[in-house]
Design a protein around this ligand. Structure first.
Ligand code: 7TS
Length: 410
């Protein structure tokens, strides 16, 4: 007999997120802007606060107790994240400021080996963070940027992706999950195709681990980028996972303290991994807080909350589809709980503003995916993006608030 997945107790989970019990504009907060940033559980808040109250010191430099203690906590966070992503070595986890910086690190450091005429393959589904660094690099080094198409349902067109791969493709970079439409991309298959053509692969994972258990070795990618604030951890911290053999061959991203082996007036030699890519005092409390966030996610279990989120997605899709004049954009069969929509004759910003008066927080606009919006022929959408702590009742509150939008405009 197949065992049904355990049902997540959403009330217990919600009680662990203090902000979820506040009101906004006199109404209970319904927070549906999780793709922009996620709320923090008490465990993360306590970890960061405890660090500053009891453990604060700089790392890697002190001979004193607090510094060694802080260094241990920072290294433990790296180990936790390496385990959570199934990296082979802890040194494959580089702390950065977030997904954007992780991608820029690769563009700068891996990009240094690319030659005029080389190609980078991305898709029309990308966030600007996975477009602009490649455009800058292409301009600087005379590279060609190729764009795989998307299908009307908002999936990467795999035929287009495959047809654009050639021996000229040195890097393929694509997201795990689309922030604008919620599409889960077949990253394992895309990685396989790109590697078969000899390309190095970067996965923009900003929207992956908030919803999905990530196994970088199973995906087979060379780089995986993510942001702490999107996985219920602090902001200003993120991760670049990079395959050991590859990172070792890459030049440093920034120069400064902590990343050097020896500095003389003539020459500097650099430390090994991961320090070589972590110049200067890092976001120590952020890294420790991010470790706590991954511990928290592991204690909940991705499978368990994925099932809950799929129930939220199903209800939201069904109920929003019933609203006259409302169109959902992004109808891939494999989606996380993100619903992007437009309403006839109503600007997405007006939808967002009216929903806010009801305490419902969504995002409206282009979601930093202007090429995708242009491809579909609109300037923006309203986007409700859910996390495991959202409830079916909140889906209904969203729908009721959208009905108010109708009243305003009819
Ligand atoms: N890649 C994807 C797929 C994203 O969704 C985002 C942020 C980024 C990269 C950049 O992440 P950062 O943490 O470095 O800023 N996406 C969104 C969003 O959808 N709404 O606000 C930020």
């Amino acid at each position: 007999m197949v065992e049904a997945p355990p049902i997540m107790d959403v009330d217990t989970v919600r009680a662990q997120f203090p902000i979820l019990s506040r009101s906004v504009n006199g109404k209970p907060l319904v927070y549906l802007d999780n793709a922009a940033t996620t709320q923090k559980p008490q465990a993360v808040i306590d970890t960061v606060s405890h660090f500053y109250a009891h453990e604060n010191a700089n790392i890697h430099r002190g001979v004193h107790y607090l510094s060694m203690n802080a260094t241990d906590a920072y290294d433990r966070a790296r180990a936790t994240i390496a385990r959570a992503l199934n990296a082979e070595f802890e040194q494959e986890i580089i702390f950065t400021r977030g997904t954007t910086e992780s991608i820029n690190l690769v563009a700068h450091s891996f990009g240094a080996r690319l030659q005029p005429g080389d190609e980078i393959l991305i898709t029309k589904l990308e966030h600007h963070a996975n477009i602009v660094p490649w455009q800058i690099l292409a301009e600087e080094r005379g590279l060609t940027l190729r764009w795989a198409d998307v299908t009307p349902s908002g999936e990467v067109d795999l035929d287009s992706f495959q047809s654009l791969l050639s021996e000229k493709t040195k890097l393929a970079a694509f997201n795990h999950v689309s922030n604008a439409l919620g599409t889960i991309n077949p990253v394992k298959e895309m990685t396989r195709l790109a590697k078969a053509a000899g390309a190095t692969v970067l996965v923009d994972g900003a929207q992956g681990p908030p919803h999905l258990l990530v196994d970088v070795r199973d995906i087979g990618c060379d780089f995986y980028a993510l942001s702490g604030h999107k996985v219920f951890g602090p902001d200003g911290i993120g991760v670049l996972y990079g395959r050991h053999e590859l990172l070792e061959t890459m030049p440093p991203y920034q120069g400064g303290g902590d990343m050097i082996e020896r500095v003389t007036m003539e020459k500097t030699t650099f430390r090994g991994l991961p320090e070589r890519f972590e110049a200067g005092t890092p976001n120590i409390s952020g890294a420790i807080g991010l470790g706590a966030a991954f511990d928290y996610l592991q204690s909940l279990g991705w499978e368990e909350f994925h099932a809950h989120e799929q129930a939220l997605l199903k209800r939201a899709t069904e109920r929003l589809s019933e609203i006259k004049g409302l169109t959902i954009h992004g109808t891939a069969p494999e989606k996380v709980a993100v619903v992007s929509f437009t309403m006839d004759g109503i600007h997405p910003h007006d939808i967002g503003t009216i929903l806010d008066t009801r305490g419902v927080a969504i995002r409206a606009g282009h979601h930093c995916t202007q090429p995708l919006m242009t491809h579909f022929g609109f300037t923006g959408t309203a986007r409700a993006s859910f996390a495991f702590y959202n409830t079916l009742a909140e889906v209904d509150q969203l729908v009721e608030a959208i009905q108010v939008v109708h009243q305003y405009f009819s």
